[in-house]
Design a protein around this ligand. Sequence first.
Ligand SMILES: Nc1ncnc2c1ncn2[C@@H]1O[C@H](COP(=O)(O)OP(=O)(O)OP(=O)(O)O)[C@@H](O)[C@H]1O
Ligand SMILES: [Mg+2]
Length: 208
Amino acid sequence: MLDLKEISYQPQTGEKKIIDKLNLKVYENEIILICGDSGSGKTTLLEIISGLTNPQKGKITWKNKTLSSRKRRWFCGVVFQFPERYFIGTTIGKELKIGHKSLREKNIEIVLNKVGLQKLNLTQPPEQLSGGQQRRLAVAVQLLRNPSILLLDEPTAGLDWSMRNDVKNLILDLKNKNTIIIVTHEPALFEGMPSRMLVLEKGKIKNF
Ligand SMILES: Nc1ncnc2c1ncn2[C@@H]1O[C@H](COP(=O)(O)OP(=O)(O)OP(=O)(O)O)[C@@H](O)[C@H]1O
Ligand SMILES: [Mg+2]
């Protein structure tokens, strides 16, 4: 279980706390949906969980062991909003290999299978993929790092209806095998998915 205890965070340049004594427990292989108004701190919360931002107060543990921000960076795979804007590989194959000194072809194959991108021509540029496929590729890049928790910030943002369903089906495929935290503006899309819906409001988590 990932346990966030009394987490508070105020950016140096900010006037007030974005996250204020927040508590959250996430169980293994659970899917958590986090909603909340624009500016409520959802992305900030993902940054804190993934160790990119260090809260001033509170403790984050996994299976009762404290996780430093450095450990959390290894521990989490984050797909930020519009990940396709940040692809730097000139081909899909190169994009998948970024950050890996050596990567077995077999591992790439396994991960592409997991995200439903098998039988792809890896020598084509990522931009040639559809919107939904690009999101799948961004998830694949993170899965190759074998993260304990997958964090997705607005994974369906800017996609048309069929592509949004594509992303939803990807998450359904990953469920039961991964712990996933999803920030979303459209919780209705995930209706029927075995998941726990939470709302971030005034720096705290509220049950829906
Ligand atoms: N480095 C910073 N310095 C000052 N204020 C910040 C900083 N980072 C974020 N904020 C403020 O913190 C609040 C939360 O931002 P955040 O991006 O986490 O919200 P969000 O819930 O993800 O919003 P959205 O739904 O629009 O993506 C906003 O009011 C934002 O302006
Ligand atoms: Mg955000």
